[in-house]
Ligand binder design. Sequence first.
Ligand SMILES: NC(=O)c1ccc[n+]([C@@H]2O[C@H](COP(=O)([O-])OP(=O)(O)OC[C@H]3O[C@@H](n4cnc5c(N)ncnc54)[C@H](OP(=O)(O)O)[C@@H]3O)[C@@H](O)[C@H]2O)c1
Length: 246
Amino acid sequence: MKAIVCGGSKGIGFAIAAALKKRGHEVLLFSRTLATLQEAADRLGGAPFIQGDLGEIRDRERLIAEGRLHLNGLDILVINSGGPPPGDFRSTPLPLYDRAYEALLKPVVHLHQLAAPAMMEKGFGRILTVSSLAAREPVPDLILSNTFRAALFGFIKTFARETAARGVTSNLLLPGYVDTERLRELARKRGGVETVLREVLPTIPLGRLLDPAELGEAAAFLCSKEASGVTGTSLAVDGGALRGIP
Ligand SMILES: NC(=O)c1ccc[n+]([C@@H]2O[C@H](COP(=O)([O-])OP(=O)(O)OC[C@H]3O[C@@H](n4cnc5c(N)ncnc54)[C@H](OP(=O)(O)O)[C@@H]3O)[C@@H](O)[C@H]2O)c1
């Protein structure tokens, strides 16, 4: 199948691209930095890529149009990028909510609008959005992620119910604590990697951070033909960290 993986040059996105490639799919990567795109493409043994910013309307339009042309079709779309800055209620002014909407929610809606009509027409499509366990259980000091990622449930569920009969699924992948550059950067801002690991590890029943490849495998299932009955829902890959009953 033909797949576009946004934010596919690093971390969870790269692991998803690698898992899709391993299954024989054609994968096109998208992210902002040319050097890391090239590096990621090489690590995959060669892959086409498009440089752009998911926060920009024109880049999103260009991605789907050019990506579809390049791949000669589009069956799988993985929506993934970086996360919003940390902050709590008192330290997060209103304009940052506008920015978080532009970065986290609007691109997801817009990419569904751009990709889904052709998928519905041919009767097949898989859309997967990488969200966060914060969508189900808010994480302290991540108020923007907690707010906008929870909103994605409403959109995905509504979309999925409208498109299920046309062969198009849309789901959310909820990563727990995954050992990526972003996690380490957030930890450095919060008092150092070792300190944060000492706090976080006891909350993960698995007893360690997730490997990005574990997210890749779960994503590959949700994007497979076999996952035809799974839509409008979320899959947490969190080593058991979420405590609530879904
Ligand atoms: N790691 C975790 O523990 C964890 C936990 C819960 C949720 N998540 C969420 O999972 C997602 C991926 O996290 P990660 O840890 O894999 O992050 P990461 O290692 O920082 O990778 C992010 C990827 O997205 C690309 N990207 C970022 N902003 C972009 C934009 N505006 N347009 C296009 N591409 C963009 C990056 O490349 P460029 O910077 O070159 O564009 C990179 O390829 C994030 O939304 C994060 O909040 C992660």
